[in-house]
Design a protein around this ligand. Structure first.
Ligand code: IVH
Length: 678
């Protein structure tokens, strides 16, 4: 056991190192929970041994000193931190402490807000015009990040409406919505670049860029949670924090829709519980709930300690990151043959569920994260997201060699090969049993043909017993033979065969998803089905035509064309047809007048009030077609905003009538239009 002085010194050094990594380098090396625990232990030790507590202890500091990338700016009003509590008992103690001698506890109103895990920012406006933005820094001096903040789309550059005069300081959090974070990491993976560990890191890294053009490419958002105005400002007349939030919303700042107002400690605690239960339904990651006294006069009375207000507290929620040991790295084979490395972990409870496996995405990500069997790693699981390994905690001296991607498929022994420029590795054996199984499972899945009762185990059984060898064989399954399978029986066999038969009438878009064409997801599938109406339509379309469909680009188009040109796939499609599977998209709107029956209407440019797909769907719903190019058979061309020059020239040279977008509705309603603009 070390002495208190030694322990304090060790904790101080550790926290200083973590602070530097977190605040300056945006590259945290420890999970938040470990950090919180260390700060807490240090604070307790300092309370027990006040003589050992140093004045510059990290327990006294807010954030960290600023780096040298940006110009320092002093905050007119310090940007403080928040004190934390970790459970309901501590929260109630805080409430009692704050009320003592100033108010009747049951009469206190609280504002309860999400504690967004991002990066604090102060936005200063002078007479309603954005002046500058600064990070928190050490609380007194932050970094001028104005140029970068100006690229954040939801930060208003001018304040319009009520009381915009003088100096207004809007405080809030820069963050990445969960969805935007997923997309950003997907982009990083595609580019073979290192993924961001979590939304907080990604937001901090994106904001603290030398080049604002980089920040502009990142989907950052800003949420306002505090309004600061000086003496004499008209908004000093506000009496409650919730009123200032309403004012911020009126100025078009994003504020937290989940914010609640509660009276007395009981309702206040209930409101914080709500956040704990619903945290995964929010669009942003939260690491806690902030409870603020709503009455601004009472706030003034309560005041501040050196690092945090007494009138607010953060209730921390259980962390979504944990550390555990990486036991091994293995590879699984998906339906397209893609070999995905995944971590086998010493089981650990993260965000309420036990995690023993986590994805590592691809070979490059394993290398960039430099995780090796035997390492202690940070595991992250936010909501329904697949658990991920964020990185190794610290490099110990005795590490295993870097992990090597296997050369052979663990399922069939075939060759594993990296394709082209991509980071992905594939099992190139089309007969690989793992691929076959995943293909059938995907075909039957909810987003594809939605065949009830056909999960992984059942599919494995059907394949093993030789009842099927391809997804097509599902439609010729013999109920009697199925009934003889282990754990089956006549009843389940019949219902399975019936469920399969019922899927024959699924719309074309679902079939397109189910076929498992690389890169074809729901958006592309709906686009293709809407445009071409039948599988044959897709099959005989040119790559250019396919690529012109909304939601489909050149990569997807090439993949669709390749699929359709492969003899085995053509045979598959023919057999599906013979077995009675619908290969056409049903008409949805039989009750609409078929004003455009048999007419080809080309749309170019955007038609106000319609998305691209929407305009096409409206034409198709009235019996027409909406091809991607103009020919002499074209009935007319609808000309929207920013039309394509080639279509206009073609229409002109062929004498095809052109209809202004404002007459689109007339065209739909009547099949003709008031006047042609040619
Ligand atoms: S109020 C003086 N409200 O949490 C009080 N902070 O750990 C200032 N945070 O620096 C903070 N959501 O970056 C407040 N709804 C919220 C918040 C919030 C997130 C962050 C903020 C602050 C840190 C303190």
């Amino acid at each position: 056991m070390s002495s208190p002085a030694e322990r304090i010194a060790a904790l101080t050094a550790q926290i200083a190192e973590w602070n530097e990594a977190y605040f300056v380098r945006d590259a945290p090396v420890a999970p938040d929970a470990d950090y919180d625990r260390a700060v807490r232990e240090l604070r307790e030790l300092e309370a027990l041994h006040p003589d050992l507590a140093s004045v510059d202890s990290p327990t006294q500091a807010v954030g960290s000193k600023v780096g040298d990338l940006f110009t320092p700016v002093a905050h007119q009003v310090a940007m403080l931190s928040l004190d934390n509590v970790f459970d309901v008992d501590e929260l109630l103690l805080w409430a009692q402490r704050t009320a003592k001698g100033v108010s009747d506890l049951d009469e206190i109103y609280y504002c309860i807000e999400p504690k967004i895990d991002g990066l604090a920012l102060s936005l200063v406006y002078l007479d309603g015009v954005f002046a500058y933005a600064a990070t928190r820094g050490d609380g007194r001096v932050g970094e001028d990040v104005s140029a970068n903040v100006m690229t954040i789309r939801n930060v208003p550059m001018t304040l319009e409406g009520n009381a915009t005069s003088g100096r207004i300081d809007v405080r809030g959090e820069v963050f990445l919505a969960k969805k935007d974070f997923e997309e950003l990491n997907e982009r990083q993976r595609q580019a073979g670049a290192k993924e961001f560990a979590n939304p907080r890191n990604a937001a901090a890294g994106s904001l603290r860029q030398k080049d604002p053009a980089v920040t502009r490419e990142r989907p950052l958002s800003f949420l306002a949670y505090q309004l600061v105005v000086g003496e004499g400002h008209p908004l000093q007349s506000l009496t409650q924090h919730t009123q200032s939030l309403a004012q911020l919303a009126e100025w078009k700042f994003l504020t937290a829709v989940e914010t609640k107002r509660a009276r007395g400690p009981q309702d206040m605690v209930a409101a914080t519980n709500w956040f704990e239960e619903r945290r995964h339904d929010l669009i942003y990651d939260i690491d806690g709930v902030v409870i603020k006294v709503d009455d601004l006069a009472l706030r003034d009375q309560l005041g501040f300690t050196s690092r945090a207000p007494r009138w607010a507290i953060a209730r921390k929620l259980p962390p979504e990151e944990q550390t555990t040991t990486l036991l091994a790295i293995e590879v699984s084979i998906g339906r397209t043959g893609r070999a995905t490395p995944y971590a086998v972990l010493e089981p650990v409870v993260v965000a309420g569920s036990t995690v023993s496996m986590a994805t590592l995405h691809n070979e490059d990500q394993v290398r960039l994260k430099d995780v090796r069997p035997g390492d202690v790693v940070i595991v992250r699981k936010a909501g329904d997201v697949i658990p991920e390994v964020v990185g190794a905690v610290t490099a110990t001296t005795h590490r295993h060699e870097p992990w090597q991607f296997p050369r052979e498929c663990p399922e069939c022994g075939g060759e594993l090969r990296r394709v082209g420029e991509e980071s992905d590795t594939y099992c190139v054996n089309a007969a690989c049993p793992a691929q076959q199984m995943q293909q059938v499972v995907h075909f039957a899945s909810r987003s594809a043909m939605d065949i009830e009762g056909l999960g992984e185990q059942r599919v494995a059984q059907l394949l093993q017993e030789g009842l099927i060898s391809d997804l097509v064989d599902l439609y010729s399954l013999d109920a009697e033979r199925v009934a003889h399978l282990e754990k089956m029986g006549e009843l389940s066999a019949n219902s399975l065969v019936n469920a399969i038969a019922a899927s024959k009438d699924q719309p074309l878009s679902r079939l397109l998803i189910g076929l498992g064409i690389r890169h074809v997801g729901p958006v592309a599938a709906r686009g293709l089905a809407g445009r071409f109406r039948s599988l044959n339509g897709v099959r005989y379309a040119s790559v250019e035509e396919i690529a012109s469909v909304e939601g489909v680009g050149p990569i997807i188009a090439a993949s669709v064309a390749l699929y359709m040109a492969t003899p085995e796939h053509q045979e598959r499609v023919e057999r599906l047809n013979e077995l009675g599977v619908a290969l056409e998209e049903p008409r949805m709107s039989d009750d609409l007048a078929q004003t455009l029956a048999e007419k080809a209407v080309v749309v170019t440019g955007s038609v106000p009030g319609y998305s691209r797909d929407g305009a096409e769907a409206a034409i198709v719903a009235r019996g027409g077609t909406s091809p991607g190019s103009v020919s002499k058979k074209t009935y007319c061309v609808v000309v929207g905003e920013a039309p394509g020059a080639s279509k206009l020239t073609k229409a002109e040279s062929l004498g095809v009538p052109m209809v202004a977008a404002e007459h689109f509705d007339d065209l739909l309603a009547t099949g003709v239009w008031p006047s042609a603009t040619s």
